[in-house]
Write a protein that binds this ligand. Structure first.
Ligand code: COA
Length: 165
């Protein structure tokens, strides 16, 4: 059985991520979407909130499961007996960073390889921080994320703005 992990911060999951999830789910028998910690980022949503949003988004994809992990990605993949990590590449600017992560992960766990899927053209500009930024100023994010996520982002952005007053 072919298995892969699609890791990320998913803060929040966007249509760009969903595009990668759906395409990877067609390629592999089993796909695990996993929320991991990027220590350089301060998330808007808790790990549990991000996992729940992803679960709702992946509800209709029977071969996709959603998890979280708080350690190294390469070790997590090994523990799950998964040899493939999926990452999306949006533009050349993603490449250097992704190459470094992929090579580090392969060094830590030589059985683990990274496969890159090119992000569909219509989402190549998109990122979670763009979504958070547009929402923080009350802009329309419905083209970027599903409606139920847009609602949560506006709520959280509002709470944050009030907390900063
Ligand atoms: N569509 C839309 N946005 C996309 C995208 C796509 N197809 N592909 C990437 N992005 C965006 C994300 O929204 C995110 O945007 P943001 O920076 O504005 O939040 C950005 O690209 C990249 O984020 P993401 O894919 O979530 O990865 P990340 O760089 O935040 O985190 C981890 C990468 C979590 C996989 C990595 O930090 C990790 O492995 N952590 C575990 C600890 C570890 O092993 N560290 C050592 C790694 S060498």
């Amino acid at each position: 059985m072919s298995r892969a992990i699609y890791p990320g911060s998913f803060d929040p999951v966007t249509y760009g991520h969903i595009d990668i999830i759906k395409r990877a789910a067609k390629i592999f028998d089993e796909l695990t979407v996993s929320v991991l910690k990027n220590s350089a980022k301060t998330p808007l949503f808790s790990v549990d909130e991000r996992v729940n949003m992803l679960k709702e988004v992946c509800m209709d994809l029977p071969n996709v499961k959603v998890e979280s992990y708080s350690g190294l990605l390469a070790e997590y993949a090994e523990k799950n007996h998964t040899e493939v990590i999926i990452r999306g590449l949006r533009a050349v600017s993603d490449f250097e960073y992704e190459l470094q992560i992929a090579q580090t992960n392969h060094k830590i766990s030589p059985s683990v390889d990274t496969i890159f899927l090119t992000t569909s053209l219509e989402y190549s500009y998109l990122s979670s921080s763009i979504v958070r930024e547009v929402a923080a100023y009350g802009g329309d994010i419905h083209h970027f994320v599903p409606d139920f996520i847009a609602k949560k982002v506006y709520e959280r952005a509002g709470e944050k703005a009030n907390g900063n007053k």
